[in-house]
Design a protein around this ligand. Structure first.
Ligand SMILES: NC(=O)c1ccc[n+]([C@@H]2O[C@H](COP(=O)([O-])OP(=O)(O)OC[C@H]3O[C@@H](n4cnc5c(N)ncnc54)[C@H](OP(=O)(O)O)[C@@H]3O)[C@@H](O)[C@H]2O)c1
Length: 282
């Protein structure tokens, strides 16, 4: 697979986005790392990882500024995801939050704007803001994050709720709960899942079983963790890395084909859920 042949996932509109993208949580928290983080995101773009996930919450907006620098001169190549905090998700609050994000991102549009998690403002209000932002061209699609099946049902019951373009949730080898509920529910309704924390924020790196599978593939445990999510080609995945070598590794995870033996061993070490479980968050 060449750098430009990244598998894609279709949004409900039919537009496709790269299956593998780049996260940005914790970027911008340490000024000394800023240049390295920008370089890592740029390398990712060179490798075809043009889906970039950020949020107004990350480093209080500084992460969006890092994204702005990384995509400078390359905006049209990118599919930018950002998120509004629940506390800002009233009708007027979400519109104002989006304007601030656009300024920090130095762009005129966010491709996919998510409600970061469900808060106290009514979903109707947030939806109304999202619709106004789409009409104004400030965002192209809207979606949600950390929504479990009951939240999704409440959303889809609202006028316009079926326009939801994606749900970004925690999903990795240690957090497989969605397989028994939210994942099949979303597939049945054509709402794509975007998996966050595929390496469990680094905590999967030292799992013995992952190391065993990694050795067989001459890969790293991180690559096996990412490849395990990527093998389901309808799920978008956004690992975060501020390290050039890790970005290269994560891109190469797309080329790893896990065998039946690998999957059997991983299932034994990280069993699938036996029944529905509440959605976990980080
Ligand atoms: N919607 C939400 O509520 C939510 C919640 C959490 C995360 N997210 C999004 O999902 C993204 C990813 O999740 P995450 O950042 O929580 O965790 P993650 O991607 O599972 O893990 C990131 C950690 O793994 C390390 N890492 C990445 N690639 C590696 C590799 N190949 N080898 C070794 N270590 C590697 C990173 O360090 P280096 O930087 O040094 O590579 C970083 O410490 C976030 O950045 C954010 O955009 C969304």
């Amino acid at each position: 697979m060449s750098a430009h042949e990244i598998p894609t996932v279709a949004l409900p509109s039919g537009e496709t986005v790269p299956q593998l993208g780049q996260g940005t949580w914790r970027m911008g928290e340490n000024a000394r790392k800023r240049e390295a983080e920008i370089a890592a995101l740029r390398l990712g773009l060179d490798l075809g990882l043009t889906l970039i996930d950020t949020a107004e919450m990350y480093a209080d907006g500084v992460a969006e500024g890092i994204v702005a620098q990384a995509i400078q001169g390359r905006r049209d190549e990118c599919f930018i995801v950002s998120k509004v905090l629940p506390g800002n998700s009233t009708r007027a609050g979400a519109v104002a939050a989006c304007e601030r994000s656009l300024k920090r991102l130095k762009t005129d549009r966010i491709d996919l704007y998510l409600l970061h998690w469900r808060g106290t403002p009514k979903l109707e209000e947030t939806l109304s803001a999202f619709e106004a932002l789409i009409a104004a061209g400030a965002i192209r699609y809207w979606g949600v994050s950390n929504f479990d099946v009951d939240d999704m049902e409440a959303l889809l019951a609202l006028p316009g709720g079926t326009q939801c373009a994606a749900n970004q949730v925690l999903y990795n080898l240690r957090r497989r709960g969605i397989e028994a509920g939210l994942l099949p529910w979303s597939r049945a309704r054509g709402i794509p899942i975007m998996a966050y924390s595929p390496i469990e924020q680094g905590r999967l790196l030292h799992e013995r079983m992952l190391t065993g599978v990694a050795i067989r593939h001459r890969a790293t445990p991180a690559q096996i963790a990412v490849a395990w999510v990527l093998r389901q080609r309808d799920i978008m995945v956004v690992p975060k890395s501020g390290t050039l070598e890790h970005v290269r590794e994560n891109r190469a995870a797309l080329d790893i084909e896990l065998t039946e033996q690998d999957l059997g061993e991983l299932n034994r070490a990280f069993p699938p859920p036996k029944g529905p479980r509440p959605l976990e968050l980080l």
